[in-house]
Write a protein that binds this ligand. Sequence first.
Ligand SMILES: *Cc1c(COP(=O)(O)O)cnc(C)c1O
Length: 230
Amino acid sequence: MDIKKNLEEVLNNIELAEKRSVTGEKVKLIAVTKTHGIDIIEKAIELGVKDIGENKVQELTKKIEVLKDKVNYHMIGNLQSNKVKFIYNKVKLIHSLDRLSLAKEIEKRASQDDIKVNCLIQINIGDESTKGGIELRDTEKFVESLLEFNHIKIMGLMAIAPDTDDEKLLRTCFKNMFNIKEKIKSKGYEGLEMKYLSMGMSNDYEIAIEEGANMVRVGSKIFGARNYNI
Ligand SMILES: *Cc1c(COP(=O)(O)O)cnc(C)c1O
């Protein structure tokens, strides 16, 4: 696996897609390293990767223990409330805030330390029962319900698009995300940033960027296929 070549290609594609995007904004790459070992991640860091994404708390904490502050950590997977304590003060961003009970736990932990935890709200954009996230139509209500949590900083929205080659459907999903983000941003809630739109993975990141994503989470296009048995 030629990570260097893959990474260059992804970064190049991101740059080209930025030029076609509705916003023209710079896009941040989160290299998704789940299932991959420390040596591979260290190589990616050497090649300039600054942010990595992991979807399991146990795997993430193991990697943090070894890599320490060499890289920024993003929690991108479903997060159980009883595992918040292991990561809330170690990650740069939690992408998967999707329920009030989870927000309460993050708020509780963060307030004890008097820190703010950066979070994105995960939207179930394809209305898929197998995926986490709140329903699109509940987004504003959910955001408003989080405003009282002083130790949670809402930085934007995240979505995992349906696993499909239907480009039209993907674009509709991404557009809906962009529109709701802009709508909430325009309300100008105090303490709410609505800066990031985290969407787009290996198969759809260029489309996502064109439709307004400014954070993409790319794994297999950089590191190759995952082996879940390790
Ligand atoms: C695994 C994963 C990704 C990356 O998937 P690829 O298709 O390998 O790019 C992105 N986001 C989330 C939430 C993931 O779990």
